[in-house]
Design a protein around this ligand. Sequence first.
Ligand SMILES: NC(=O)c1ccc[n+]([C@@H]2O[C@H](COP(=O)([O-])OP(=O)(O)OC[C@H]3O[C@@H](n4cnc5c(N)ncnc54)[C@H](OP(=O)(O)O)[C@@H]3O)[C@@H](O)[C@H]2O)c1
Length: 279
Amino acid sequence: MAEQRELLQLYPAQNKVPLTGLYLSRNIKSSIAAAEIPCVYTNFLTSLDGRISLVDRETGKSSVPDATSNDRDWRLLLELAAPADAIIMSGRYLRDLAASDAQALPPFSGDTPPDLKEYRKQSGLPEKPELVFITRSLDIPVRALDMLAGRKLCIATVRNVNSATRDQLEKRDIELLSLGEYSVDGRHLIDALSARGHKLIYSIAGPEVLYTLLTAGVLQRIYLTTVLRVLAGEAYATMVRGPKLVPPFDFSLSAMYLDRYGPDGVEQLIQVYSRFERE
Ligand SMILES: NC(=O)c1ccc[n+]([C@@H]2O[C@H](COP(=O)([O-])OP(=O)(O)OC[C@H]3O[C@@H](n4cnc5c(N)ncnc54)[C@H](OP(=O)(O)O)[C@@H]3O)[C@@H](O)[C@H]2O)c1
């Protein structure tokens, strides 16, 4: 089985380590922060030239390139989701889901490895993490909500949104959090999730949400897989988008692994970065 092929740990020690359990065995909560602070972390899959998504010229839709997506990285994403209380996604995802353009169902909605279901059970967690969708437009197709029936959902949006969707959400008992004037404020978002009892908060959204979490000063860790392929392409996204960060946000390397079994046998680097705080 592909998952049984080992990784070579490069930092901090040099070792052979199994892929399965890599992130589960590194207890995210205890390795990030003190118990009373919610842990906020994210992950990205990128090409060597920094593309996290490419835009299709014909449809104008952006998606994770086939050249980088792979089962081993997906396994790691699911392992990061396994201990999470809440998973942050974007309104764009719900529109893609409704249009049958989403590349995957949210973690714990599609095929879920039995060991990860068992992990949640043994940890005393609800069967599935809550899904939190950030949206400014509140342009949320009802079909997407129906497709996620059975999941606990909430929508984080801005104040004074005038939309019929608001009524649809109320009818379905989906909580609407109003957390900013023109954009959801990252700090208010994490405070609101913390007030719901959430301690581990995992963002699988893209560049704008990362900017929101960084500028709010709440993001503590980035899990990054870099496939050693150069893709180019003129319309693309990188990990983060927003006005220049002054000063920049600094990270330090916590761990790095070489995986020789990435897409089409191409190597990929698996990296863990933690927020670097100056004393
Ligand atoms: N390779 C990877 O690891 C990776 C990871 C994540 C995403 N991606 C790709 O990147 C592309 C974009 O993904 P994404 O939509 O998740 O990206 P995003 O840029 O984080 O989110 C965009 C949408 O989220 C909402 N949003 C973000 N920040 C907000 C804020 N502060 N306040 C209110 N609303 C906010 C808005 O939704 P509304 O339009 O509904 O207002 C906005 O259009 C997709 O192609 C995705 O597949 C790749």
